[in-house]
Ligand binder design. Structure first.
Ligand SMILES: Cc1ncc(COP(=O)(O)O)c(C=O)c1O
Length: 344
């Protein structure tokens, strides 16, 4: 009954985090301030959960459009950006999907669910991407779709503007520039929106991971077509109400992102001072760190109550690498202390 290729897949694994400092999933570590939590609860309580959600979501799309300086008909909403990746891979012409490697796993995984071939373009040793190689692979494969995570997960770096612009200018298929980490990055690419270039964003990393809300920015034409493969009520009433409410407080989340960027500097500097560690530059809310033995360090950190993600074994470029989400100042101090105890 079940396809053999699906049988051979491993289910997406989420680590048990009970009782641990949770730094494994690139979440914002700050809870909603108490006063705001109260007003949010009152706002959401007015939702009509006996009714299906608003399927068109014009009001919410308008609020996001205003935020991004585009029109409401240039915004598509998804149940997390993961769902939008799925819509893109469903709607795009059959043909190869080209992705850098290593990158965010869902591009590859969802392509496989949909029986779409994937071609990987290996990153260089410093995690940079050759635009020429990427474009050569796209041409060789006659690719219809390609993803560029800018900044990239799990490497944390942002490819040069020249690289991204060259690919956007020359790729003939649909290019998705995934800006999940834009709030922590020095550059955004909304100016590259074109008939075949779209920008993917999410609210997950700025503090709303539990709501599951992502959005795509593109031309009105492409957004209208993608809407045809969107599940009619994909964003539930509680998420819609919460997002409308929280967007009125976007300053708070922008300031929290600034704090996270400052904390990234603190954590990076302190870990770099430990001789056995190699800390890679990051434009995201996480750090990629190479240690002498990732499995042993992961276990040692867990024993000290800290949950991170080991990337070892996922790709040769990620050998002995750990991915650590930036936490609160206290959480980061616990991480620094734990690393010192392990290595000094
Ligand atoms: C590059 C990238 N894109 C998309 C996502 C998915 O985000 P969402 O929570 O909106 O599905 C992630 C999550 O880690 C990511 O790293």
């Amino acid at each position: 009954m079940i396809r053999n290729d699906i049988k051979s897949l491993a289910a997406y694994h989420v680590q048990d985090c009970k009782g641990l400092i949770k730094l494994d999933a690139m979440e914002n570590p700050f809870a909603l301030p108490e006063g705001l939590r109260q007003s949010w609860a009152e706002y959401v309580a007015a939702s009509e959960i006996n009714r299906y959600p608003d399927s068109d979501m014009l009001e919410l799309r308008q609020a996001i459009a205003e935020h991004e300086g585009v029109e409401a008909n240039q915004v598509l909403l998804g149940n997390g950006s993961d769902e939008i990746i799925q819509m893109l891979l469903i709607a795009c012409e059959p043909g190869t999907c080209v992705v850098p490697s290593p990158t965010f796993v869902m591009y590859n995984l969802i392509s496989r669910w949909l029986k779409r071939p994937v071609a990987n373009v290996e990153l260089l040793k410093d995690f940079s991407l050759s635009a020429d190689t990427f474009l050569q692979v796209c041409a060789r494969e006659k690719a219809s779709i390609a993803f560029l995570a800018c900044p990239n997960n799990p490497t944390g770096n942002l490819w040069s503007q020249e690289t991204v612009e060259k690919i956007a200018k020359n790729f003939k298929g649909l290019l998705i520039i995934d800006e999940a980490y834009a709030p922590f990055s020095s550059r955004s690419h909304t100016s590259l929106i074109e008939s075949n270039t779209v920008i993917l964003r999410t609210f997950s990393k700025i503090g709303w991971a539990g709501l599951r809300l992502g959005y795509l920015l593109g031309t009105p034409e492409i957004i209208a077509h993608l809407n045809k493969v969107r599940m009619p009520y994909n964003i539930n009433v509680l998420t819609q109400a919460s997002a409308k409410f929280l967007l009125q407080h976007s300053d708070l989340f922008r300031k929290q992102a600034e704090v996270i960027c400052k904390q990234r500097k603190v954590l990076s500097k302190s870990l770099s001072a430990i001789a056995q560690l190699e800390v890679f530059p990051s434009e995201t809310n996480f750090l990629l760190v190479r240690v002498p033995d990732a499995t042993a360090t992961f276990a040692a950190l867990k024993a000290k109550g800290i949950l991170i993600k080991s990337m070892h074994g996922q790709h040769p470029l990620l050998a002995q690498c750990l991915r650590i989400t930036i936490g609160t100042s206290e959480e980061n101090q616990s991480v620094i202390q734990a690393f010192k105890e392990i290595f000094e």
